[in-house]
Design a protein around this ligand. Structure first.
Ligand code: SAM
Length: 193
C-alpha cells in the first residue's frame, strides 16, 4: 500500500519498542481498556513488570480481561487510583529503574466523555515519571485537544516539557500539520544515559 509516515499511535509504539526488553519495568499511566497495557506487557514479558493506573473501575475490568485472555496478567499490577498517586503506589525500589511511562490523555473512547485527564494531576504524574525514569528511559504522551479542557491540558504539558534541561532530556513533539479535526499529537521525553 506504499509508504506512510507512522501515525501518532504507531510512532509511540515504535519509540517504546526500541527501548523495552524482556524484564523491563514500565508504567501505563492511563490504562483505559488496556490496549497499551497489553502492548507493554508483550514487550516486557513474564519477567518484566507493568504497573497501570486508572480511576475508572469498569475500564480496569475490561483491561484485566484483555490481559488475562492474552495470558499476560501475571506481569501486570493495576491500581484503581489516579496516576498522580504514582509515587505512593509504586514500590520504592522501582525509583530510577522505570524504562518507560505511557500516557494517553483525554477521555476513554466509548466511555464517559466527562471523565478526562486534568492538567494538574497529569503534570504531577509527569513529574514523578520524570523523577523515577531510568537513564535511557522514555515517557510518551498522546495529547488530544478536541474535548473541553484538552487544549489547556496540551498547553500546560508542552510548557512543562519545553523547560526540561536539554543536557539530560530530549523532548520531541511529533504531529501532522495538515490533518483536520484536532488530530492527536505525540510528546516523547527521553532521559539521556
Ligand atoms: N490507552 C487506553 C486504552 O488502550 O484503552 C485509553 C486511555 S483513555 C484516552 C484515558 C484514560 O485516562 C481513561 O480511561 C480515564 O479514566 C483515565 N484517567 C483520567 N484521569 C486519570 C487519572 N488521574 N489517573 C489515571 N487515569 C486517569
Amino acid at each position: 500500500r506504499g509508504w506512510r509516515i507512522p501515525s501518532v499511535l504507531q510512532q509511540a509504539k515504535l519509540l517504546l519498542k526500541e527501548r523495552l526488553r524482556e524484564g523491563s519495568i514500565v508504567v501505563d499511566a492511563t490504562v483505559g481498556n488496556g490496549h497499551d497495557t497489553l502492548f507493554l506487557a508483550e514487550c516486557v514479558g513474564e519477567t518484566g513488570k507493568v504497573y497501570g493506573f486508572d480511576i475508572q473501575k469498569e475500564a480496569l475490568a475490561s483491561a484485566e480481561a484483555r490481559l488475562s485472555e492474552a495470558g499476560l496478567l501475571s506481569c501486570v499490577t493495576l491500581f484503581h487510583a489516579g496516576h498522580e498517586r504514582m509515587a505512593d503506589a509504586l514500590p520504592p525500589e522501582a525509583k530510577g529503574r522505570i524504562q518507560a511511562v505511557t500516557f494517553n490523555l483525554g477521555y476513554l473512547p466509548g466511555g464517559n466523555k466527562e471523565v478526562v485527564t486534568r492538567p494538574e494531576t497529569t503534570l504531577q504524574a509527569l513529574q514523578t515519571s520524570h523523577d523515577w525514569l531510568a537513564p535511557g528511559g522514555i515517557i510518551t504522551v498522546v495529547l488530544y485537544t478536541g474535548h473541553p479542557g484538552g487544549k489547556e491540558e496540551e498547553n500546560e504539558v508542552l510548557q512543562w516539557a519545553r523547560n526540561l534541561d536539554q543536557k539530560h532530556f530530549q523532548v520531541l513533539w511529533y504531529r501532522f500539520l495538515n490533518q483536520r479535526n484536532h488530530p492527536p499529537t505525540l510528546l516523547a521525553i527521553s532521559r539521556n544515559q
